[in-house]
Design a protein around this ligand. Structure first.
Ligand SMILES: *[C@@H]1O[C@H](CO)[C@@H](O)[C@H](O)[C@H]1NC(C)=O
Length: 229
């Protein structure tokens, strides 16, 4: 019965739209910062995250704030999983946000401490390698694609998830992620054009650091206020 009640929770996918500096406000944005809020536990976190993006996004024309989009739950197919992971598969819907060319997804327990606009230069899929050679789904850059999303949906119930959540699924889906090359936002245009866009790239550690590392290095780009998965 608890599960039925939970389906009634509001699932919200929030887009914080960043309009590229060169375009005027009247043009629709094709890049967005996105986070996922299910239930109300992380509402404050999401507001802080939004404020932190605004505070660092000085080179961009910013929209007023989060654009709230109500979306339906993508049920977690795993029987064995932590109870709090009931809604996490919904995160996969960022791959279906095809009205955007590029989406930077940030978990609601992160804050941005420095401009991360470079992330929008990532090709198809970028994430960090953490947890002994596994990708972390707390910070990801995604090029939304109907084909990729549809393919994922055909595998949602069959691919194993070591966490019982979206992160485990994505580690199965992006098999071999540990050997992906590191994303370099400063590659010259001609190099970018002369090579096929990699299916996946790794982000440097500083794009998704824990609070402890932030204190030590004092230069990370995103810090996590709590570790989730
Ligand atoms: C994916 O996006 C399309 C187009 O916006 C929409 O019609 C469809 O319902 C979405 N699929 C899911 C599972 O959310």
């Amino acid at each position: 019965m608890i599960h039925v009640a939970r389906l009634g929770f509001v699932l919200i996918l929030l887009c914080f739209c960043a309009i590229p500096a060169r375009s005027s406000k009247s043009q629709p944005s094709d890049e967005a910062y996105v986070t996922l809020l299910y239930g109300d536990e992380f509402l404050l976190g999401v507001r802080v995250l939004g404020k932190s993006i605004r505070d660092t996004g000085s080179t961009k024309d910013m929209a007023d704030g989060w654009i709230v989009e109500l979306i339906s739950l993508l049920a977690n197919p795993n029987q064995v999983r932590p109870a709090r992971f009931w809604g996490v598969y919904t995160k996969l819907k960022i791959f279906n946000m095809t009205n955007y060319k590029k989406v930077v997804y940030l978990d609601a327990d992160t804050i941005v401490v420095k401009s991360i606009e470079d992330l929008f230069k990532c090709g198809k899929f970028c994430a960090n390698l953490k947890h002994s050679e596994r990708l972390n789904s707390g910070v990801m850059v995604v090029e939304p694609s109907e084909a990729v999303f549809k393919d994922m949906m055909t595998k949602v119930t069959t691919l194993p998830s070591y966490t019982g959540g979206d992160q485990g699924f994505l580690n199965s889906y992006y098999d071999g992620f540990a050997s992906a090359h590191v994303f370099n936002p400063n590659l010259p245009e001609d190099v970018l054009k002369s090579r096929p866009v990699p299916e996946m790239e790794r982000l440097s550690t500083l794009y998704n650091a824990d609070v402890g590392l932030y204190m030590l290095a004092n230069k990370v780009l995103i810090k996590r206020t709590a570790s989730s998965e």
